[in-house]
Design a protein around this ligand. Structure first.
Ligand SMILES: Cc1cc2nc3c(=O)[nH]c(=O)nc-3n(C[C@H](O)[C@H](O)[C@H](O)COP(=O)(O)OP(=O)(O)OC[C@H]3O[C@@H](n4cnc5c(N)ncnc54)[C@H](O)[C@@H]3O)c2cc1C
Length: 563
């Protein structure tokens, strides 16, 4: 069984050769001092070393032993706590936190690379620090100075961990149904009562404290999402006393056994309000958007981990003669030479490489949106993040699952048994299609919330940005043509025929997201092709076996529009 190994050079290639990240970072006064390919490459190489040596080796045992619950306490699998302590003490969680909070102030994209590697190496372990940066950003933007003074540095450094407590038994996608109550106390705090379910890292022994960010309702709050406020409940108060929040049990589940998925009971737990009453979802969105990019990267990383395993196996395993080979009679060829296996591996590689380009570009746009001196550039960056994040989250998590299953196929029966560890990737990857907003909710977000209300103006501007990005590449004419065709289709068919209908946009949403994903992939493959040194095999796989789905999605939308 071979464990995933980060390949720092591949990540650096996408960042610097394809995306020219250093040039983009140099345009941002707040980050310009880090626009140094030598420094950034060194951070990525060190990240790869840490992930490969410390985190990847814990993956298998994390799956087999899993997190264990006993009388409210959760013990993490062997090695998990030590790895976490080493992780935060080495400064990895603080890469992109502000220097005034004790962070290193590096560009977001460096953290994105780290998280892709971490998720590929050990999805279960990475669930715990996965929400940390989002929680830090949420408090940084919305908490009072007093709360910031108590919590910000501990979260920036990763000495303490955080949770996002949204889901309740009857309130999943529909957070407007949340019932957890917050009653004002005499000391200015609130007594929080309610049960949250599916809380990742709600209880564990990785860090000395856990900061819960909880959506709840004040007594006079209106029903629905507008009545939600955000509260902070620490596992331990400043005086070392435990808050009245208990882990009732952890779920038995399909994958990510190394991550405790907790049922958390709040029994009049003393809580502090974060931000304004009734603005809880706004505050939470800071956390959720960061989390959605990371889940998209999870998709890319998990697929890469499965691909690495399958690719290595295909070189070793010999079965039958491959067409066109000259091996002697009676000898079998490596299965890597069979076209069917090349198709599986090439297709996944096409998704991984394009997904990485799109995800890193999104991370660069997040910083551009915050720091670029030119308002028009900030606006274009905000548009990219808003439209591309749901596409990345949805399409690449779906591919991580179906692609991991295709990689399992490369092993034949040996993939179905546990020995090679490929079946763990299939089980682990499945959940990413569900959490952080199910993939169906992402599709609705893209079409119904973000495209139709402005008559698709933002989407058309994104298509124009992608087209002009390819303007100097004569060989990208077909992709520019496809971008123009999609623009026409949206203007002439989707907006007029779906805009006025209550139901149609919801029937269309999944195909619309998928078509957008394929266009983004085509753009990414043009950028990769224009950069010397990239694999021709995966490029050919994209055009032969992935891209034709674009036509199919247009046809499906057409059929829905006329029905
Ligand atoms: C392992 C794991 C970890 C998690 N971690 C956390 C965490 O840390 N914090 C937290 O708060 N939550 C967490 N969750 C919860 C997760 O975010 C929810 O499971 C998710 O939001 C979906 O809610 P639900 O499970 O209640 O499904 P439901 O909302 O009941 O949805 C059921 C199905 O209906 C579909 N559906 C629902 N509404 C619509 C609609 N309007 N249009 C189209 N389709 C719709 C969904 O897409 C889904 O397919 C976690 C879940 C899991 C499994």
């Amino acid at each position: 069984m071979n464990a995933y190994q980060p390949r720092a050079a591949e990540h650096a290639f996408v960042l610097f050769d394809v995306l020219r990240a250093h040039e983009r970072i140099a345009e941002l006064p707040a980050l310009a001092e880090h626009a140094d390919t030598g420094l950034l490459t060194q951070v990525i190489e060190e990240a790869g070393k840490f992930v490969g040596e410390v985190i990847a080796p814990l993956n298998r045992e994390g799956d087999e032993v899993g997190a264990q619950w006993n009388a409210g306490a959760v013990t993490m699998p062997p090695g998990f706590r030590d790895a976490y302590q080493a992780f935060w003490q080495a400064g990895w969680p603080s890469l992109a936190s502000a220097t005034e909070d004790g962070g290193q102030g590096l560009p977001t994209v460096v953290e994105a690379v780290l998280h892709e590697m971490l998720n590929a190496a050990n999805h279960g372990w990475t669930m715990a620090p996965g929400l940390l940066h989002g929680a830090y950003e949420c408090l940084r933007h919305h908490a009072s100075d007093e709360l910031k003074a108590r919590y910000l540095e501990k979260l920036a450094s990763g000495e303490w961990l955080a949770t996002m407590c949204l889901t309740e038994p009857h309130a999943g996608s529909d957070l407007g149904l949340v019932r957890t109550k917050a009653v004002p106390l005499a000391d200015g705090r609130y007594a929080l009562t309610g049960t949250k379910i599916f809380i990742s890292g709600g209880e564990h022994d990785l860090a000395d404290n856990i900061v819960h960010l909880v959506l709840a309702r004040l007594p006079d709050a209106p029903p629905g999402p507008k009545g939600l406020s955000l509260f902070l409940v620490p596992k331990f108060e400043d005086d070392g006393n435990r808050s009245a929040v208990h882990c009732e049990r952890i779920e038995e589940k399909m994958g990510i056994h190394g991550s405790p998925t907790c049922v958390m009971r709040f029994d009049e737990a003393a809580a502090s309000l974060v931000g304004e009453p009734g603005k809880g979802l706004n505050a939470m969105f800071v956390m959720m958007n960061a989390a959605r990019l990371l889940v998209g990267l999870q998709g890319v990383g998990l697929l890469d981990a499965a691909w690495q395993k399958a690719h290595a196996y295909a070189q070793e395993r010999r079965q039958m003669r491959a067409p066109g080979t000259t091996s002697k009679a009676g000898e079998a060829d490596p299965i890597a030479l069979h076209p069917a296996i090349q198709r599986i591996l090439g297709t996944q590689r096409a998704w991984i490489d394009a997904g990485r380009v799109i995800a890193y570009r999104t991370a660069l746009e997040l910083d551009t949106q915050k720091h670029h001196p030119d308002a028009a550039r900030r606006e274009a960056a905000a548009r990219w993040c808003s439209l591309v994040t749901p596409v990345l989250k949805s399409a690449w998590t779906e591919q991580a699952f179906s692609g991991a299953s295709a990689c399992l196929q490369v092993f034949g029966g040996h993939g179905y048994v546990r020995e090679w560890g490929i079946e763990q990737h299939v089980r682990d990857a499945r959940v990413a299609m569900i959490y952080e907003g199910t993939n169906e909710i992402q599709a609705i977000d893209l079409l119904v919330r973000k495209t139709l209300p402005d008559g698709a103006a933002a989407l058309q501007a994104l298509l124009a940005d992608l087209t002009s990005d390819l303007a100097a590449l004569p060989e990208a004419a077909a992709t520019r043509g496809a971008l123009a065709r999609f623009g026409d289709f949206v203007r002439e068919r989707v907006v007029p025929m779906a805009g006025g209908s209550a139901e149609r946009p919801f029937w269309l949403a999944d195909d619309f997201l998928r078509a957008t994903a394929l266009l983004l992939m085509a753009w990414a493959w043009e950028r990769l092709a224009a950069t010397a040194g990239h694999g021709a095999q995966a490029r050919a796989a994209f055009w032969r076996w992935v891209w034709p789905e674009f036509e199919m999605r247009l046809a499906m939308m057409d059929a829905t529009l006329v029905s």
